[in-house]
Design a protein around this ligand. Structure first.
Ligand SMILES: Nc1ncnc2c1ncn2[C@@H]1O[C@H](COP(=O)(O)OP(=O)(O)O)[C@@H](O)[C@H]1O
Ligand SMILES: [Mg+2]
Length: 313
């Protein structure tokens, strides 16, 4: 009998991290990180300042060596094959350095050439990317005239010049105004739709909710795994309902079996899934209660983040 190794069916893990640790002197910046990011999806890396997000991303980018654990990025080990990893990833650092005297198009053309793309192709790709990040009008202006948010967008375009399959975005929404954040969200979704794997760190949690397929929570250098996933799932079962006559609402609900919680901000129900939510709403309205608001209680990622930080205190 022969054994065949079957190719992994997509979505395969474009990033796989197992038991990774890294210290700086006495500081164990990353203590134990384990996560996977499938191709064609967006995964959030969430945690308070100093929990090790940037250190982890630097290791994924092959810019910092782990002390312990294994990393695979697009099938390559950054420790032994840093060049292949760099070719496969687009890295958007949290702190952008820009060549202030170069124009935006020159910046992207040079970046492309650094990845051994010929100048004409690099320039054409640069023009295309400036359009994608809505900086066309700055193509021939020096990067120093850009606002902070525009520099963030140029930085994202820079991360894309060599058409990478894996994107590491470190706090990309930092410094972006609301419109730019929405555009970033749409662009990130498009990039994942093209089959790329995206790992995005942020603490702007409300925006992440709509952008990501999965989330990895980090606390004190450790990824939280199943524990956090369970908290996110639990947070997603909370619905707020408001009626013109709150007493009538509560009376109706008490006659049902739906678990309910009264808070200062309204009545919270525990409902598992959209189907059950639709049934619950129809039932309440059928009881003659005049409901004027019904929906999930805000961001599940944010609730999980807050709950985790409460535990830390
Ligand atoms: N080069 C470094 N030298 C010493 N300590 C560092 C260095 N980089 C990060 N740290 C420390 O490691 C921890 C994690 O930092 P970092 O990865 O930047 O966290 P985050 O990106 O989540 O804010 C922090 O305590 C930080 O002070
Ligand atoms: Mg950071």
């Amino acid at each position: 009998m022969t054994t065949t190794i079957e190719a992994e069916a997509p979505p395969y893990a474009a990033i796989a991290v197992q038991g990774v640790a890294r210290s700086f002197g006495d500081v164990r910046a990353v203590d134990n990180a384990t996560l996977t990011v499938p191709a064609g999806s967006v995964t959030a890396l969430i945690g308070p300042n100093g929990c090790g997000k940037t250190t982890l991303m630097l290791m994924l980018a092959g810019l910092l060596r782990p002390d312990e654990g294994t990393i695979s990025v697009a099938g390559h080990d950054p420790r032994t094959d840093a060049a292949a990893v760099r070719a496969a990833i687009g890295w958007m650092p949290d702190q952008l350095g820009s060549w202030d005297n170069l124009t935006c198009l020159q910046t992207l053309t040079l970046m492309g050439q650094a990845y051994r793309v010929n100048k004409a192709d690099a320039r054409a790709r640069g023009e295309h990317l400036l359009g994608r990040v809505h900086l066309e009008e700055f193509a021939h202006r020096p990067a120093r005239v850009l606002s902070r948010g525009q520099k963030q967008r140029l930085s994202l375009a820079r991360a894309l010049v060599h058409d990478p399959q894996v994107l590491l975005l470190d706090e990309p929404a930092n410094g972006l105004d609301p419109r730019s954040r929405i555009e970033l969200r749409d662009l990130v979704r498009e990039l994942a739709g093209e089959g790329r794997a995206v790992l995005i760190s942020s603490h702007v949690l409300a925006e992440l909710d709509e952008m990501v397929d999965g989330a990895v929570f980090m606390s004190k250098g450790r990824t939280m795994g199943d524990e956090a996933a369970a908290m996110v799932a639990e947070a997603r079962t909370k619905y707020r309902v408001d009626a013109l006559d709150r007493d009538a609402l509560i009376a109706a609900l008490r006659s049902s079996s739906v678990p309910l919680e009264e808070t200062d901000t309204g009545v919270i129900l525990r409902i598992d899934g959209d189907d059950n939510a639709a049934d619950a709403l129809a039932w309440i309205v059928g009881k003659g209660v005049r409901v004027h608001r019904f929906g999930p209680v805000g961001s599940a990622l944010e609730q999980t983040y807050m709950a985790m930080n409460e535990e830390r205190r």
